[in-house]
Design a protein around this ligand. Structure first.
Ligand code: PMP
Length: 360
């Protein structure tokens, strides 16, 4: 077996223990004589899997009882549309902070259905920081206030959440869910594509406060109706069964290593190793304002695009793969999600050190 260190932003590295367990159970899950892939989503066997996944997620994140957990499809991008269709129905006004491409896309989708104000943006500096948002900027009649919690492409995170008072705070946590403690009660809605910290692509998790449900637009497509999905325990139609099963294994793995508190410590250690190296390097530099740095996605550059390409291909040859930055920004990006071991980050730093010696 020749596994590489995979720094992909998503789909991304999964814990080896999870892959091994899935492999062991692949042909005959729990003495059923079939793979989870071949099971009816209405069978007791699958019911146990989806219930366990929800229970584990509730336990790990400390999700209060008045929140519903949905296991949906369509990726995070489909939720950009589902959000206005379900919630932009009171004053028909919402507020957005533009901190990157994903926040912009969410805003553009919502703006099709109502008055969606851009409260602040960091577009002026290629989204390399999180703009300041004071409570005075929040309009009390907004149906929701929207942020992208961790900006996968640019490597910024909201380390302090905006104070939105009674206006429900909605957050895209696709690249930060399960990476650090989050106070779910601060949010009206959280959602995440699973393909970074939770499992394979194909599954999207939505966590929503139940009093917000039940006010959808008449035109809301049935499949995007969160209340209907909640009432049907995410089994209105066939859910992404195998992705939910792997998600359950990932959550079991996370619990077995000490839960979110433990993984947060490891994540902070990994990020500090890389940032410390970047701050001391004479060749490489991070691209993000120090106070807003993400612990999941760490972009960096040499300042020379040709040299960046040489680095990415050299790293690949050394078994450190998917280090090219997003196609819209270039440079490099190391995504160091929960399943990336400390050794992977150490191997990257060692390679960078050698590269710097050779090219600086
Ligand atoms: N939001 C964030 C923060 C992301 O990083 C991504 C994808 N990488 C998306 C949304 C889009 O996710 P999907 O491909 O699941 O629609």
């Amino acid at each position: 077996m020749n596994r590489v260190y995979n720094f992909s932003s998503g789909p991304s590295v999964l814990p080896l223990k999870v892959l091994e367990r899935a492999q062991a159970e692949f042909l005959d899950y729990g003495n059923s004589g079939m793979s989870v892939m071949e099971m009816s989503h209405r069978s007791p066997g699958f019911d146990e899997i989806i219930c366990a996944a929800e229970q584990l997620l509730r336990e790990l994140m400390g999700i209060p009882d008045n929140y519903r957990v949905l296991f949906l499809q369509g990726g995070a991008s489909t939720q950009f549309a589902a959000i206005p269709l379900n919630f932009l129905t009171g004053s028909k006004k919402a507020q957005f902070v533009l901190t990157g491409l994903w926040a912009k896309k969410a805003h553009a989708e919502s703006a099709k259905y109502g008055d969606c104000e851009v409260v602040a943006s960091s577009a002026d500096k290629t989204f390399s920081y999180i703009p300041a948002v004071g409570p005075d900027m929040v309009k009390p009649d907004s149906d929701y206030f929207y942020i992208c919690h961790n900006n996968t492409i640019y490597g910024t995170t909201w380390h302090t959440l905006p104070e939105t008072g009674d206006v429900p705070l909605f957050a895209d946590v696709s690249s930060s869910i399960l990476s650090e403690r989050m106070d779910v009660s601060r949010f009206g809605l959280l959602f995440a594509g699973a393909q970074k910290n939770m499992g394979p692509a194909g599954l999207t998790v939505v966590i929503v406060r139940d009093d917000l449900l039940g006010h959808k637009m008449d035109i809301c497509p049935t499949m995007l109706d969160y209340k209907l999905q909640a009432d049907n325990r995410s089994l209105y139609n066939t859910p992404p069964t195998y992705s939910i099963y792997i998600c359950r294994l990932v959550l079991e793995w996370l619990k077995s290593i000490g839960g979110i508190e433990a993984i947060e410590q490891t994540n902070r250690k990994k990020a500090a190793l890389l940032y410390d190296y970047l701050d001391s390097s004479k060749l490489f530099r991070g691209t993000v304002a120090e106070q807003d740095r993400s612990i999941m996605n760490i972009p960096f550059v040499t300042g020379d695009e040709e040299l960046d390409r040489t680095f990415v291909s050299g790293a690949k040859a050394a078994g450190l793969v998917n280090l090219a930055g997003h196609r819209t920004v270039g440079g490099m990006r190391a995504s160091i999600y929960n399943a990336m071991p400390v050794e992977g980050v150490e191997a990257l730093i060692q390679f960078m050190y050698k590269f710097e010696k050779e090219y600086h």
